[in-house]
Design a protein around this ligand. Sequence first.
Ligand code: ADP
Ligand code: ADP
Length: 224
Amino acid sequence: GPLLVGRDLHKTFGATQALRGADVSVRAGEVLAVMGPSGSGKSTLLHCLAGIVTPDSGSIEYQGRDLVAMSDAERSALRRTDFGFVFQFGQLVPELTCLENVALPLRLGGVKRKVAEAKARQWLERVEVGELGARRPGDVSGGQGQRVAVARALVGDPQVVFADEPTGALDSLNGETVMQLLTEAARSANAAVVLVTHEARVAAHSDREIVVRDGTATDRELVS
Ligand code: ADP
Ligand code: ADP
């Protein structure tokens, strides 16, 4: 069965119904594109699946475990061990070097500095920015920064990488490269990717697509 399933998700912010009946499933190792116009609820859906936002109603199961019923501490621990994240920009810690940024998820998980930094260095090389380890995020280009972010999302061997408009701040050439690196890295690690995008060109890197419209989404994989 699927690795991650959200059913009939509802979420209201004040007067805004961001989600009003969204169904989605994610299979192990697949790249799933979540498409739809701006404001349709894509980010909210991603945040619910990732355990960052709690839905008002509906269910979320990860590996058969009820994500909504978990304590905040359990959810945080799960995010750290099983999930990776790539956002549009601004996700790297400016005070740390690129190498330290990539090593950070491992360090927070209690891995010793030498071991964490050795693994981080390998990941920087895999996404073709091995030479940038000593630089700070403010001193690299947008495309290079997103490669560093991809390395950081994958360094902890996650089961699922959540990517919210990961190429939204890049030109199309850099966007293509980052999408190729992200999907190749995830496929080789057998990590699933939940990719929020409104661009067909970005979604073309996925195995499967679902569309969010006015807070609703249906997933054919769940209908049977
Ligand atoms: P998308 O990712 O498709 O652009 P979002 O999930 O970001 O859509 O937003 C869906 C709707 O919910 C929008 O109207 C947005 O302004 C609103 N929204 C999202 N998050 C919040 C929030 N934290 N507080 C208030 N409104 C929010
Ligand atoms: P995206 O570009 O991915 O749709 P946004 O820029 O709309 O994301 O939102 C970025 C963050 O701000 C998200 O965490 C979202 O939940 C929150 N947010 C979105 N809309 C609102 C809003 N109207 N009020 C408060 N927070 C919001």
